[in-house]
Design a binder for this molecule. Structure first.
Ligand SMILES: [Zn+2]
Ligand SMILES: [Zn+2]
Length: 137
């Protein structure tokens, strides 16, 4: 949470109770929730919060870099783990699972891309069928 308060004040984002709840909910989640799921969870504490508020709040967190927006099969998904890690995405149930891999961390970005683009984040995304879905296949 320290990072949260620090980044909010650095970026002049007012810390409201609603924002604290939404961030805490994101921090707790390890399943890379979509905005619909975040909204559902936050509403358990804040029944009157609007979908729009949750949506805009999540996007402003992403703007200041305390959460990451990741692509997950058509819908935006959110990740409060902004440290270096990689993802496995299940193409059936759309689960996104974190994993660490030192080898992937240190894969070299191709020179051509290094020249053209400023690389900010290096994440490997593996796609396939997860263990749960494989059971039911
Ligand atoms: Zn699956
Ligand atoms: Zn992640």
């Amino acid at each position: 949470m320290e990072l949260f308060y620090q980044e909010c004040s650095d970026h002049c984002l007012k810390v409201t109770p609603q924002r604290v709840f939404i961030y805490q909910e994101l921090l707790k989640a390890t399943d890379h929730p979509s905005i619909d799921e975040i909204y559902k969870r936050v509403r358990a504490y804040l029944p009157n919060i609007s979908f729009d508020t949750v949506y805009r709040t999540a996007l402003s967190f992403a703007d200041i870099g305390i959460i990451a927006v990741i692509e997950g099969g058509g819908s935006k998904r959110f990740d409060a783990n902004t440290g270096l890690h990689h993802h496995f995405r299940c193409l059936k149930c759309q689960r996104i699972i974190d994993f660490d891999c030192e080898y992937y961390d240190s894969i070299k970005v191709p020179d051509e891309l290094q020249r053209r683009f400023k690389i900010i984040n290096q994440r490997i995304v593996l796609e396939g069928v997860c263990d749960e879905c494989a059971k039911t296949e």
